[in-house]
Each structure stands twice: as C-alpha cells, then as structure tokens.
Design a protein around this ligand. Structure first.
Ligand SMILES: NC(=O)c1ccc[n+]([C@@H]2O[C@H](COP(=O)([O-])OP(=O)(O)OC[C@H]3O[C@@H](n4cnc5c(N)ncnc54)[C@H](O)[C@@H]3O)[C@@H](O)[C@H]2O)c1
Length: 254
C-alpha cells in the first residue's frame, strides 16, 4: 500500500526538477498526479518520463487567474477532488545589486511565486477534499537573506511563508494542512543559473564550491531528496503538522 493511494495531487512546476522528482515519488506511492507547467512540450517530456496512466498534464501560467481556474477544473474533471496541492512553480529572476535590479524582473518573480501560490490556494481550496494538504515550495532564502543580489527571490520566498501561515489557520477548520518546504541549494539547472549570477557579482568566485562549504552536509541536495520531504508533507505521515516551515537544506539555516 502506498502512502498516497488514490489521492489526487496537483504539482505546479511539474515539468521541472523538483516537480518531476516529486511526481515520480507520488505516483510510486499510489497518487493520481496532474502536472502543471508553462510549456506543453516540457510537460509532454515529463509525462513520457513518468509513463503512467495516473499522470496527466496541463499547460498553464500559474500567475494568471483564468489559467489557474482551468488547471484546477481540469484536475477535478480528470481525477476528482484534490487531496494534495503542491504549489511549486518558480523563476529565479536575476542576481544583481538592488540598485540595478530591473523592475519588470522583480514583478515577474512576484507574479509567479506570490500571486501563483495565492491563486493556487484561492481556486484550489474550494475544490479540495477536507483533510487535504497544501505544500508551497519556498527556499532557505524564505527564512534568511542571501548575499544581497537576489532581492526579488528572497522577498517572495519570505512572502510565501506569510501566505502559508494565513492559509494554515484558515483551512484548519476543514482539516486541511498547509506548510512551506524550504530546500537549500539543489544540484540542478535552476540553482546553477543563480550560482553563475552570484559568481559574477562576487568577481568570478565559484559559488557552487562556496555554497558546498557553507552547507554543514557539504553538498547540494538531490531533487529526489526534496521530493521525499514533499511526500512527508503530502501524506498522513505529517497529519499533525501544519503552519510550519520544513527545512531541507543540509543544515544551512541552523
Ligand atoms: N533549485 C534550487 O536549488 C531551489 C532551492 C530552493 C527552492 N527552490 C524552489 O523549488 C521550486 C522548483 O524549482 P526547481 O529547482 O525544480 O527549478 P525548475 O526550473 O527545474 O522548475 C521550476 C518549474 O516552474 C515552471 N514555471 C516557471 N514559471 C511558471 C509559471 N508562470 N507558470 C507555470 N510554471 C512555471 C518552469 O517552467 C519549471 O518547469 C521553485 O519554487 C524554486 O524557487 C529551488
């Protein structure tokens, strides 16, 4: 028996590194999974990789309300009411001093992380079963600052904690839990782009090595390790855990 047997799960950013690793684990645990991401081609590749009748895909921009309603409705039509809502889509913006930070980039990071998570909760909650679980992927920079170059990303990852706390208290009357998941640096393309930016801003240092030294476990996370933390929050293993910030950061925030 899987820990998500028969559960309907939505994963945004589902074609990406953490989203796909989580989908793989959730399906192995018996879930029916809706993958939501921006581009149909990326979703198709993710779905082919999972190769399961319990996976379906929907191309949507999570920052748009009509598209959010559409992916929620499509999930319910295909699999029934939602048990697990994993708001995980993300963009990183740029790494540059705040004085030079482009306003349009700042707005785009706000749109995906804050508005995207807000819309997921706003339109997802009415279509969720009581007793369900909402997970929002924040970051280690949702609880502490960075070196000063990723002000938009740090801002939105903190804001997601506020949203989570508000939703957790409101949805508790229905037994629906809401938590944020806070990965440290992950060994993937998304993080590598950020590290190139940090390296450039700091005069050409190897930011990947620098971070490995700063992480007590001395390495980046693998996407499947973050997926295991998501599974904990998705499943009944965390039945009394709500309104909390789960760190999966190799000890970096300790
Ligand atoms: N990679 C890391 O080290 C790291 C660390 C902490 C937190 N995170 C967070 O983890 C989450 C997943 O990131 P990842 O590492 O898998 O990166 P990723 O780039 O592989 O996945 C992110 C996915 O989100 C999708 N996306 C972006 N904007 C979207 C939008 N408007 N609508 C729908 N989909 C959109 C992208 O297409 C991509 O597939 C993000 O929220 C990210 O901020 C990542």
């Amino acid at each position: 028996m899987g820990s998500l047997d028969g559960k309907t799960c939505v994963i945004t950013g589902g074609a990406g590194s953490v989203g796909l690793a989580s989908a793989r684990l959730f399906v192995a645990e018996g879930a029916k999974v809706m993958l939501v991401d921006l581009r149909e081609a990326d979703l198709k590749r993710a779905s082919d990789a999972l190769n399961s009748p319990n996976v379906t895909i929907f191309a949507a921009d999570v920052s748009k309300s009509d598209q959010t309603k559409a992916y929620i409705d499509a999930t319910v039509a295909k699999f029934g009411k939602i048990d697990v809502l994993f708001s995980n889509a993300g963009n990183s913006g740029v790494v540059t001093p705040i004085e030079e930070y482009p306003e349009d980039v700042f707005d785009s990071v706000v749109a995906v992380h804050i508005r995207g998570a807000f819309l997921a909760c706003k339109y997802g909650l009415p279509q969720m079963n009581d007793g369900g679980s909402i997970i929002i992927t924040s970051s280690i920079v949702g609880v502490k600052g960075d070196g000063g170059g990723a002000c938009a990303y740090v801002t939105v990852k903190h804001a997601q904690v506020g949203l989570m706390r508000s939703v957790a208290k409101g949805a508790a009357r229905r037994g629906i839990r809401c938590n944020t998941l806070h990965p440290g640096p992950i060994d993937n393309e998304f993080q590598l782009n950020i590290e190139h930016g940090i390296g450039k801003m700091a005069g050409g240092i190897d930011a990947t090595k620098m971070l490995d030294q700063a992480i007590p476990l001395h390495r980046h996370a693998r996407p499947d390790e973050i997926a295991k933390s998501a599974l904990f929050l998705a499943s009944d293993q965390s039945s009394f855990t709500t309104g909390t910030t789960l760190m999966a950061d190799g000890g970096m925030s300790a």
